[in-house]
Design a protein around this ligand. Structure first.
Ligand SMILES: Cc1cc2nc3c(=O)[nH]c(=O)nc-3n(C[C@H](O)[C@H](O)[C@H](O)COP(=O)(O)OP(=O)(O)OC[C@H]3O[C@@H](n4cnc5c(N)ncnc54)[C@H](O)[C@@H]3O)c2cc1C
Length: 460
């Protein structure tokens, strides 16, 4: 709860123009991509690491809960303000502190936009591999807190794999530095990996030292039409078994294909297409054709209706724009999207999708599945009308069944979106009580008064 004293102390520490408590400003920061909103008591806009230290110390002293926030593009309620909390928006911390192409690293403040990092890296023949669909506006602090990833994760891994070190502030205002600047380093416990994916519950991340990779010289795209989701996903298994690792391996089911039709990207699909794969290979100009040939060989099999390559650059852009628009495009089916991002072993994908179809049919629910099939990571979207109580009951039954099935198959609840407020109730299904107790003890060390992003990640 924010008292007048605490508000005045925040103003003294950050400056009048960095602390907003008026109704309009608070309303602007009341929600993220989840369909819920909680108006915070105030919004703080730090511009430096020192500001973050000061505000964390004051919050600790006054007992004020803090909700860290990047761009608010998260879809599990991670940046949804806890009632009575103050939002800490990192959007004004946008400095590139150091760009060192020779050592393939970049040091950035938490509010730098993800794609800006990639753009700068490419100016020196490098690139930043993590590529969430929201990269044009998401902030690196949000990516770090959620361990975000995108299509390239199948070859290049997730945000966590590209972080060398962090600068951060704990719940009681202690300044910490984790990791190092070199690509090898085993001094001390690996707090970098602990903070990445901690959803703002352990520390406020202020700066990150990120690794960069040499930009691939060439890239080629394949588009595969299949007669069924099961046949497409069997092909995914075949691809992941052979030696050429694609740099993207995306899947769309029939409903997802229908959702991109208005973009024109599905106009020329083979007749009878009920599932689509988008496969890419990157590397040197000499090697990419060899990779594409190997991938094409692995893709051949039952149900393949058409394999198309040799796309013009603008066709590829249209295909990827359509793929990236899916997250919003599916909302045409029904007003509320219950958006899961489960992961199962790739060999179990086809059986899992059959299970989803059976569940959808039995419970009369439209479920749209698409996603990063090469990682076994599917966005399973239950499209519902929130004002229809019967449909909502069926949706919750479907969710319970899907989550249980994911765990039976050796999978995990979330591949990239995280837990936030939305998936807390499922966490005990995957994480054992002693493991959860240890996680809570770690949280207590980082945040003794429990003020950092309360109500997120940990089950009630
Ligand atoms: C259209 C669309 C496409 C998307 N595609 C992808 C995708 O391909 N892959 C993917 O992984 N996600 C995707 N997302 C989800 C989302 O964009 C990511 O989770 C992203 O990392 C969130 O970044 P943000 O800056 O918006 O963070 P926010 O949503 O503002 O915050 C996310 C979490 O990070 C915490 N946080 C933010 N900044 C800090 C900080 N400096 N220190 C500590 N904690 C902090 C917040 O408290 C919150 O818990 C997508 C979302 C949309 C709307």
């Amino acid at each position: 709860m924010l008292t007048a004293n605490a508000l005045s102390d925040f103003r003294l520490a950050l400056g009048e123009d960095r602390v907003f408590a008026d109704e309009d400003a608070r309303a602007c920061y009341a929600s993220d991509e989840t369909p819920r909103s909680v108006v915070p008591d105030a919004v703080l806009f730090p511009v430096s690491h020192e500001h973050v230290v000061a505000l964390a110390r004051l919050a600790h002293q006054h007992g004020v809960a803090l909700t860290p926030r990047g761009a608010g593009s998260g879809n599990v309620g991670g940046a949804l303000p806890a009632p009575g909390s103050v939002v800490v928006s990192f959007e004004c911390m946008r400095r590139v502190i150091e760009f060192d192409p020779d050592n393939r690293l970049i040091v950035v403040e938490a509010g730098v936009v993800t794609e800006d990092i990639d753009r700068l890296a490419r100016s020196a023949g490098l690139f930043y591999p993590p590529d969430p669909g929201s990269g044009a506006y998401s902030r690196i602090g949000g990516n770090l807190a959620m361990n975000a990833a995108g299509p390239r994760a199948v070859k290049y891994g997730v945000t966590r794999d590209w972080v060398l070190g962090l600068r951060a502030v704990t719940g009681d205002g202690a300044e910490i530095r984790t990791g190092c600047r070199t690509t090898k380093g085993v001094t001390g416990l690996d707090l970098t990996r602990l903070l990445v994916g901690s959803e703002g519950t352990l520390a406020l991340i202020t700066e990150a030292t990120l690794k960069l990779a040499p930009a691939p010289e060439a890239i080629a795209t394949l588009r595969l039409c299949f007669d069924s989701a099961a046949h497409a996903l069997d092909a995914v298994s075949r691809i992941m078994r052979q030696s050429v690792v694609p740099c993207a391996l995306e899947f769309m089911d029939e409903r997802a294909i229908d959702a991109i039709r208005p973009t024109g990207a599905a106009d020329d699909l083979a007749p009878g297409t009920r599932a689509l794969l988008m496969v890419e290979a990157d590397g040197s100009s000499a090697d990419v054709p060899r990779q594409i040939e190997a991938l094409q060989r692995a893709l051949e099999g039952p149900g393949l209706l058409e394999a198309r390559s040799g796309f013009a650059r603008d066709e590829i852009t249209r295909l990827w724009t359509a793929r990236k628009s899916l997250s919003h495009a599916v909302k045409r089916i029904a007003p509320l999207k219950i958006n899961e991002d489960v992961v199962v072993p790739v060999t179990r994908l086809s059986g899992f999708v059959e299970f989803i179809d059976t569940t959808a049919e039995a419970l009369h629910l439209p479920i749209v599945s698409f996603g990063h099939a090469g990682n076994g990571n599917l966005h399973v979207n239950l499209m519902v009308h929130p004002d229809d109580p019967d449909e909502m009951t069926r949706a919750h039954a479907a969710l319970d069944a899907i989550m249980s099935r994911v765990l039976e198959l050796g999978g995990t609840l979330s591949g990239e979106h995280g837990i936030g407020t939305e998936k807390r109730r499922f966490v005990p299904l995957e994480i054992t009580p002693p493991t959860l107790a240890l996680m809570r003890a770690i949280k207590q060390q980082f945040d003794p008064r429990g003020l950092l992003n309360p109500g997120k990640l940990f089950p009630e």
